[in-house]
Design a protein around this ligand. Structure first.
Ligand SMILES: NC(=O)c1ccc[n+]([C@@H]2O[C@H](COP(=O)([O-])OP(=O)(O)OC[C@H]3O[C@@H](n4cnc5c(N)ncnc54)[C@H](O)[C@@H]3O)[C@@H](O)[C@H]2O)c1
Length: 346
C-alpha cells in the first residue's frame, strides 16, 4: 500500500469525476470488489443525484467532496484526510467539437488539472494512478486492430490533451520509478447499470451515437443522422468498437490490482476487439427497444475515420480482463436507463 504523508498506509481509492458517466460505474465496481473510495467532482458535467443513485445500488452513501482537481491544496487535503492509496482519474472535459472551439479550456482542465492532481499526489506520497485515456490518441492511418504500440497522433485539442497527459505520466514514471501508472485507452463505452439507476446523461444534443439513438427511440429526437454511408466498410457506415461501461469499470479494478503488484507505466486498450457498424448497432437497438429508429444518411463528418477497433491481448495478459457483455446487453441496458430516465438526471 502507498504510504500517506501522515505515515499511515492508505487503501482508499480517490475517484475523480466519480459522479460522471464512467466514474459512477467505476464506483459500483469498486464497491463490488470491496474497496473503499472517495469521490471528487466539481459537478461541471454531472448531477449530485448520482450520489443518491449510487447509495441505492451499493447500499451505503459514498464519501463525496465537491472540488476541482485543479485546486492542488484541496486535493492534497482530500488525499491525506481520506488516506488515499490510489487514484482513478476520470475528471476532465470530453467533447471533441467543444475542444476545437475552446482549446484553452480543454488544456486547462485536462492537462493543467491533471498536473495539479499529480503534484498533490506526489506531495502526499500517493503514486498509483489510473488515467482515463482514449482511442483518440491513435493516429488516423494505423492498421486495425489498434495495438497499444501503434502510431500515436491526435487530430483535435481533446485528443491532444489526452496524449499530453499520457506523455507527462510516462516522463514522471521514468524519473520516479516507484510510480505505478496505467493509461486506459477506452474505445466507445456505452450502456448503463442494469438497475437503470445510473447511466449516461448528456447535456444538450448527444455527441455520441448510442445516447442519440436512445433519444430517438424515446421520442426526444426525430431521427438519427448517419454520418457517411460510403466508407469502405461492409455496409458503408463507420465501424467502431463499443464496450459496455460496466466492463470498462471492471477493467479499472483489474488495472488497480495489476498496479498493486507492478510499478511502471503501461497503456492498455479497453475494448471488445470487435468492430460494429452504425447500422448494426441501430438494428440491435431496434431489437432491444422494439421501436423502429428512423435515420437518414448524411455527409461524412470531417475528421472521422472509416473504422476503428482494439487489439485486446494486453488487457487480457496483464489484467486478466476481457469485455464480457455483448452488443445486445449494451443496447438493452442503455434502453432500460433511457426509459426510466427520459431526461437523464433531469
Ligand atoms: N465517454 C467516452 O466515450 C470516453 C471515451 C474515452 C475517454 N473518456 C474519458 O473518460 C473520462 C470520463 O468520461 P465520462 O464519459 O464519464 O465523462 P463525464 O463528463 O460524464 O464525467 C467526467 C466527470 O468529471 C467531472 N469534472 C470535469 N472536470 C472536473 C474538474 N476540473 N474537477 C473535478 N471534476 C471534474 C464532471 O463533472 C463529470 O462528473 C473523461 O476523462 C473522458 O475524457 C471518455
Amino acid at each position: 500500500m502507498a504510504s500517506g504523508a501522515n505515515g499511515s498506509s492508505g487503501d482508499t481509492v480517490l475517484v475523480t469525476g466519480g459522479l460522471g458517466y464512467i466514474g459512477s460505474h467505476a464506483c459500483v465496481a469498486l464497491a463490488e470488489a470491496g474497496r473503499r473510495f472517495v469521490i471528487v467532482d466539481n459537478l461541471a458535467n454531472s448531477s449530485p443525484r448520482v450520489l443518491d443513485r449510487l447509495q441505492r445500488i451499493v447500499g451505503w452513501r459514498p464519501d463525496f467532496v465537491e472540488a476541482d482537481i485543479g485546486d492542488g491544496a484541496r486535493m492534497a487535503r482530500v488525499l491525506r484526510e481520506h488516506r488515499v492509496g490510489a487514484v482513478m482519474h476520470f475528471a476532465g472535459s470530453k467533447a471533441v467539437g467543444e475542444s476545437v472551439a475552446l482549446p484553452l479550456d480543454y488544456y486547462r482542465n485536462n492537462v493543467a488539472g491533471t498536473l495539479a492532481l499529480l503534484e498533490a499526489m506526489r506531495a502526499q506520497a500517493v503514486r498509483r494512478l489510473i488515467f482515463s485515456s482514449s482511442a483518440t490518441v491513435y493516429a488516423a492511418d494505423n492498421a486495425m486492430p489498434l495495438r497499444e504500440d501503434a502510431a500515436l497522433g491526435a487530430s483535435n485539442p481533446y485528443g491532444r490533451s489526452k496524449l499530453f497527459v499520457e506523455h507527462m505520466l510516462r516522463d514522471l514514471q521514468a524519473a520516479e520509478p516507484e510510480w505505478a501508472i496505467a493509461c486506459l485507452r477506452y474505445f466507445n463505452p456505452v450502456g448503463a447499470h442494469p438497475s437503470a439507476l445510473i447511466g449516461e446523461s448528456p447535456r444538450g444534443i448527444p455527441n455520441n451515437l448510442v445516447p442519440y439513438i436512445a433519444q430517438v427511440a424515446v421520442g426526444r429526437r426525430e431521427r438519427l443522422s448517419v454520418f457517411g454511408g460510403d466508407y469502405g466498410t461492409a455496409d458503408g457506415t463507420g465501424v467502431r468498437d463499443y464496450v459496455h461501461v460496466l466492463d470498462v469499470a471492471e477493467g479499472h479494478v483489474a488495472a488497480l490490482r495489476h498496479l498493486e503488484r507492478a510499478p511502471g507505466w503501461v497503456a492498455v486498450n479497453l475494448g471488445t476487439g470487435q468492430g460494429v457498424s452504425v447500422l448494426e448497432i441501430l438494428r440491435e437497438y431496434e431489437r432491444a427497444s422494439g421501436i423502429p429508429i428512423p435515420f437518414q444518411v448524411v455527409q461524412r463528418r470531417p475528421g472521422d475515420i472509416a473504422q476503428c477497433w482494439a487489439e485486446v491481448a494486453r488487457a487480457r495478459d496483464l489484467f486478466a480482463w476481457r469485455a464480457r457483455r455483448d452488443l445486445g446487453e449494451m443496447c438493452a441496458d442503455s434502453w432500460r436507463w433511457q426509459q426510466a430516465n427520459p431526461d437523464g438526471y433531469g
